[in-house]
Write a protein that binds this ligand. Structure first.
Ligand code: SAM
Length: 214
């Protein structure tokens, strides 16, 4: 049995049919966006995590076509909000349309530009941050997310395993180097308790870091 089949099995059992999310993925493909969104199971995990902590204000770094954004925004409705950062105007445009089609235009604020600039201009507190953009800047995004988080807030950083390549200290891959730099910062950071969970499934072998702010 393959990882994909197990993902399909549980997704079929536990996730409802979802025309808005399906339409978002179709629109992403039609617009030529890469299929590097979180999987349905991962999207639902983010959604459940946000609900579990009663999140009202969510920060996302890396929008793409808004697939994960829709999962997160549904968790904070009706009063909550999501700020999502995207550098690519084309991605942001597709995401804005997907989010509107999902009925979430009033919940989501898509900020176009380098995330590092957007983050510098934000004020907290946020209840949850999901970091999923250029991996080279993860340490900086984590520092901002921490600054913007409330005590008890949750920070999730995606793709921190990279098919296992994260353990290669000799790697010159910017994403691996950036992930390792983030990992060192996470380990040294006394204001959070954190762990990393490896994942397999339709998105291959990867993993996410989960940090809770003290
Ligand atoms: N979170 C999305 C989802 O699961 O549906 C996937 C995000 S995709 C992995 C990463 C996104 O980050 C891309 O759309 C890319 O254009 C964006 N990105 C890359 N560098 C960025 C930067 N410096 N600032 C903001 N966004 C950036």
């Amino acid at each position: 049995m393959s990882w994909d089949e197990v993902d399909d099995y549980y997704t079929g059992l536990l996730l409802d049919e979802d025309p808005a999310l399906d339409a978002a993925l179709e629109a992403n493909a039609e617009a030529g966006l890469p299929s590097i969104d979180v999987s349905p199971a991962q999207g639902k995990m983010l959604h459940l995590l946000a609900r579990a902590i009663g999140a009202r204000r969510i920060l996302e770094v890396g929008t793409l076509g808004g697939y994960s954004t829709i999962w997160l925004a549904r968790a904070v409705q009706p009063e909550g909000s999501v700020v999502t950062c995207e550098i690519d105007p084309h991605h942001a445009q597709v995401a804005t349309a997907n989010i509107a089609r999902a009925g979430l235009a009033d919940t989501v604020d898509v900020r176009v530009g380098p995330a590092i600039d957007t983050l510098a201009g934000l004020t907290g507190p946020f209840d949850l941050a999901f970091i999923d953009a250029d991996k080279a800047s993860n340490a900086e995004y984590f520092a901002h997310a921490l600054r913007l988080s409330r005590p008890g807030g949750v920070i999730v950083v995606d793709n921190v395993v990279r098919g296992g390549r994260v353990v290669d200290g000799a790697s010159t891959d910017a994403a691996v180097v950036g992930t390792r730099r983030f990992a060192q910062a996470l380990a040294a950071e006394e204001r959070v308790d954190a762990t990393v969970i490896q994942t397999v499934g339709s998105k291959g072998h990867d993993g996410f870091a989960l940090a809770v702010v003290r």
